[in-house]
Design a protein around this ligand. Structure first.
Ligand code: NAI
Ligand code: MG
Length: 501
């Protein structure tokens, strides 16, 4: 693997991109907001303004939806063959791969995550997702169905289903994996023949805007992909409520997910939601302790804990509790916290001052409720939005730090005695996104996996993602599945055609 550049050698293309004021993409044109307003995006490592971005609002969303509607109904996109659509998506993947380093740097500058992580995880996963979805464009099939029709004796019918694109899709993206979450949503929309209006998170719009340039370079027709940056309460809310949108796809907080649902009620648009989590990561007594320690540390500390599926409740069987806690705390202590552009950094800043305050608020609440920080427990430094990797013990099931999503590098370690108690505790949450199980007893692992109410269960691994694996939540963690074959259902309507023959 090539060596990672240090902060002393910034890539000139990324710096050039950052130095520009960015517009929004509507009907193939980069345009200012109707209001003329712009908003800043910050470098979370320093708190300084990186770029200014056109600030979309209701009128911009309206123009973008009209552009997406026209592209869906009458534009060249509507006449492309599935094979042609697939090739355009593949081309987009190739272009993204060719610009991998620039995208990784933009992600680091805007979001804070280490460059060395963005270049091996975020960007390659997005490339792979587009390639996987390019393959689906030619494989979206209906079925032929033998029907009986009891009130039409002797009649014959040919009945079949068609899977058609759901139409104009609004997509609201979070800031934790800005490019990858845009890819998760854009890939299946393009594969199925939909058109989209994307609203990136206000904290991290840069890679989505740059992706818009590649969409044009790939030759995807004007109006198919519209990008309207802006705030959630204005642009996001307008998109969720717009009567011209057929489906809204949202990733973010459970709180806003509920608002999306209300906003969608006006025209009963289809809704898919990928929301919060408080995922249990379970370590059984028979485990390979070192593997479980390393895996459990990365389950919570990857992406600074800003993962909807973060293994934030660490359940450890009694007899190895102290050893595992000590091991995870030791790993936490070794994590090098700093600017994501520095090649020695393992953990960058949280995305924003708001998130810094939120996570520190949780730490204060946990400590004042009687929890103890074995390691960490506070902000790191006084510049940028850094938090120390933290392991909390002495918690109880009622504490906010055990019940609520913290979305930072904070894990609560909790002992358990037997698997029955464990399953009850692990399922004692409003969420159901993911879970981890560490054990040598594979039979027990599968039994527990079947008992956990979660959309993903990892056994002897954690945070393993693949374009072919569906991802999404039970309970208040969401509606629908992204990635894999399952996501195609979210972007298609089924039409039953019945012909008398
Ligand atoms: P958020 O849910 O407010 O933001 C996510 C996206 O929704 C952003 O694009 C935002 O502009 C948009 N949005 C906000 N309000 C909206 C509205 N009324 N209508 C339409 N769109 C709206 O999340 P926030 O405030 O940035 O973070 C708060 C917490 O949410 C985090 O601490 C974390 O717990 C959770 N979160 C979960 C994510 C996940 O991957 N499931 C991602 C981001 C946040
Ligand atoms: Mg919010």
């Amino acid at each position: 693997m090539a060596t990672v550049r240090s902060i002393a050698q910034p890539d000139s293309r990324a710096m050039d991109f950052v130095s520009r004021t960015h517009k929004m993409l509507i009907n193939g044109q980069w345009v200012e907001a109707v209001s003329g307003k712009t908003f800043p995006t910050y470098n979370p490592a320093t708190g300084e303004v990186l770029s200014r971005i056109a600030e979309g609002d209701r009128e911009d969303i309206d123009r973008a939806v009209k552009s997406a509607r026209a592209a869906f109904e009458t534009g060249p996109w509507s006449r492309l063959t599935p094979s042609e659509r697939g090739r355009l998506i593949w081309k987009l993947a190739d272009l993204l791969e060719q610009n991998l380093e620039e995208f990784a740097e933009l992600e680091t500058l805007d979001n804070g995550k280490p460059f060395k992580v963005a270049r091996v995880a975020d960007v390659p996963l997005a490339v792979d997702l587009f390639r996987y979805m390019a393959g689906w464009a030619t494989k979206i099939e209906g079925t032929t169905i033998p029907i009986s029709v009891p009130y039409a004796p002797g009649a014959k019918y040919l009945a079949y289903t068609l899977r058609e694109p759901v139409g104009v899709v609004g997509q609201i993206i979070p800031w934790n994996f800005p490019l990858l979450m845009a890819a998760w949503k854009l890939g299946p929309a393009l594969a199925t023949g939909c058109t989209v209006v994307i609203k990136p998170a206000e904290q991290t719009p840069l890679t989505c805007i740059r992706l818009g340039e590649l969409v044009q370079e790939a030759g995807i027709p004007d109006g198919v992909v519209n990008i309207v940056p802006g705030y959630g309460e204005t642009a996001g809310a307008a998109l969720a409520a717009h009567p011209g949108v057929d489906k809204i796809a949202f990733t973010g907080s459970t709180e806003v997910g509920k608002l999306i649902l209300q906003a969608a009620a006006g025209n009963l648009k289809k809704v898919s939601l990928e929301l919060g989590g408080k995922s249990p990561n379970v370590v059984l007594g028979d485990v390979d302790v070192n593997a479980a320690i390393a895996g459990s540390a990365s389950a919570i500390f990857f992406n600074h804990g800003q993962c909807c599926c973060a293994g934030s409740r660490l359940y450890i069987e009694d007899q190895i509790f102290d050893r595992v806690v000590e091991g995870v705390a030791e790993q936490a202590g070794k994590i090098r916290v700093g600017s994501g552009m520095d090649s020695t950094t393992d953990m960058g800043p949280l995305v924003s001052e708001e998130q810094l305050n939120r996570v520190c608020g949780y730490l204060e609440s946990g400590l004042s409720d009687g929890a103890k920080a074995v390691v960490g427990g506070s902000r790191f430094g006084d510049k940028g939005y850094f938090v120390k990797p933290t392991v909390l013990v002495n918690t109880n099931d009622k504490m906010k730090v055990v019940q609520e999503e913290i979305f930072g590098p904070v894990v609560t370690a909790i002992p358990f005695k037997d698997t029955e108690e464990l399953v009850t505790k692990a399922n004692d949450t409003v969420y159901g996104l993911a879970a981890g199980i560490w054990t040598r007893d594979i039979q027990k692992a599968h039994r527990i996996a079947s008992q956990l109410r979660a959309g993903t269960v990892w056994i002897n691994c954690y945070n393993i993602f693949d374009a072919a694996l569906p991802f999404g939540g039970y309970k208040q963690s969401g509606w629908g599945r992204e990635m894999g074959k399952d996501v195609l259902e979210l972007y298609t309507e089924v039409k039953a055609v019945c012909a008398a023959i």
